[in-house]
Design a protein around this ligand. Structure first.
Ligand SMILES: [Zn+2]
Length: 487
């Protein structure tokens, strides 16, 4: 899932509505996953401020719909049991998150290896390609960290990936800086702070940012500017109170940003030394991997998508595995492809594995501008991003939008009928994964993620071993039954 659009200190204006739907009752909206805390600070605010009347109407609407659904469901043919193969799914995720794949990013051919793995799986399953190959090529610039990654504070070395990560726009740098941790008094006096900022020489000093030190909005805005734009400081250190969160960036700035776990930082520290190698790869060759299985009615298409890229490496020894994000979704799409090779579908099923999601939905954005078949033929798309858990149910992004009422009712009804999840959380539109470029082209596409323990986000802890797979079979069943039932 992408983190760029909804930075945790910004608001996420795309989110318009939300509702938690639970079997057999509605539960409190406080029962959300930690990821919502990380990425969507405005989400519950929107609920609190705007959901009073809409909650009531949504409840009525959904109860009515459920009645409709039960009538419809009674007419369904008995859906075949899901034939998912969890062992194979586990193998896919273990392979895609192994050191050999280097975090499926931009260094050591990690992304290319993952693309080839997917293409090989398509081939062995008998999935067809639209052109000569499964690949759809596109290019963009990317800042990478392929070699040295060394940071020491007061001579004590920090562990890359565990104690610190570089900001995504950090250039090559080999230097030492004096640390400057402003006191709370200065941070609450904007004029004094800015006077010092503009009239002193900071070029040999690194500003230490600790958001917990101040509620001053102007200072917080200043912090964001110096983290991502420019600064008179020699460099910036950002103290991270909980888990580190890596991102990718398509440019370099002129100074280093080092994100350090707050617990790894001694506030009396005086200096920092850095030796980091960064390489800006111009026109990095990325590829989407796309295949299909022709249905009895070859003119109607369903799409299952997932991004297979992730963050890549932090130096040459540390990589971000991306098990939940999104080896899990990639494996589910491959499993769906396997299923439909054995169960001849009515409609044509397309399997899209996108690259560049973490860089800003680049693969899916490229695809919708260069579609391999007319976009209007897509009856429905399901984007699967972070689906390896599920103890606390699933969230379906877009499902509370007006156009998706029928989709939501059917999914809810199937969920009840088959006793899949206790909780399905309904949520409004958001630009947070690869469904979004399709939505902008008026293609009906939802984004599903699982909720519950086992989710680590954009850091070295997002490993295969943390996934619970609790919701895997239920989600697989829900998707395949939806396709059988949707008219
Ligand atoms: Zn992500």
């Amino acid at each position: 899932m992408i983190s760029r659009i909804c930075h945790k200190y910004s608001t996420c204006h795309e989110i318009t509505d939300s509702l938690i739907f639970t079997i057999p009752r509605f539960v409190s909206s406080e029962n959300h996953s930690f990821r919502d805390d990380i990425l969507y600070q405005s989400f519950h605010k929107a609920e609190r401020t705007g959901a009073g009347t809409s909650l009531v109407s949504s409840l009525v609407r959904n109860l009515l719909c459920l009645v409709c659904c039960f009538f419809s469901l009674s007419m369904f043919s008995t859906a075949s049991l899901s034939a998912q193969n969890l062992d194979r799914v586990r193998q896919h995720i273990q392979t895609l998150t192994s050191p050999e794949f280097h975090g499926r990013g931009y260094t050591f051919c990690g992304g290319d290896k993952a693309a080839k793995y997917i293409a090989d799986e398509f081939k062995s399953l008998g999935v067809r390609s639209f052109g000569k190959s499964y690949y759809q090529d596109f290019h963009y610039d990317m800042n990478t960290f392929p070699a040295k990654m060394w940071v020491a504070i007061d001579g004590k070395e920090l562990q890359a990936g565990t104690d610190f990560i570089p900001g995504q726009f950090t250039p090559t740098v080999k230097a030492s800086y004096e640390l400057f941790l402003p006191d709370s008094l200065l941070l609450n006096d904007t004029v004094a702070f800015m006077t010092r900022y503009f009239f002193e020489d900071w070029s040999k000093k690194m500003l230490v940012i600790d958001y917990a030190q101040t509620e001053n909005k102007e200072i917080k805005m200043f912090y964001i500017k110096v983290l991502y734009g420019n600064t008179r400081f020699g460099g910036i250190m950002e103290l991270i109170p909980d888990e580190l969160m890596s991102s990718v960036g398509g440019r370099q700035q002129s100074y280093p940003v080092i994100k350090v776990k707050r617990e790894a930082f001694d506030r009396s520290a005086k200096s920092i030394s850095i030796d980091i190698t960064a390489k800006l790869k111009k026109n990095f060759a990325a590829k989407n991997v796309i295949g299909y299985i022709e249905g009895k009615n070859p003119d109607k298409y369903y799409v299952f998508s997932a991004h297979y890229d992730h963050i890549g490496t932090i130096g040459k020894d540390v990589y971000i595995p991306g098990a939940q994000d999104n080896a899990s979704g990639t494996a589910m799409v491959l499993d769906l492809a396997s299923y439909y090779t054995k169960h001849q579908p009515e409609c044509t099923m397309v399997f899209m594995l996108f690259f560049g999601e973490e860089a800003g939905l680049l693969g899916s954005s490229y695809y919708v501008e260069h579609p391999l078949f007319p976009l209007e033929k897509i009856r429905m798309g399901f984007n699967l991003d972070m689906v390896g858990t599920g103890d606390e149910g699933i969230t379906i992004v877009n499902s509370s939008e007006d156009d998706y009422a029928g989709v939501w009712w059917l999914l809810s009804g199937l969920n009840i009928q088959n006793k899949y999840f206790e909780t399905i959380k309904q949520r409004g539109a958001a630009a947070n994964s690869d469904h979004y470029p399709f939505n902008k082209k008026d293609v009906k596409f939802v984004f599903i993620y699982t909720m519950g323990p086992g989710t680590f986000y954009h850091n070295v802890k997002d490993r295969y071993e943390t996934l619970t797979f609790t919701g895997y079979e239920s989600l697989f069943g829900l998707l395949t039954k939806f396709v059988e039932s949707y008219e």
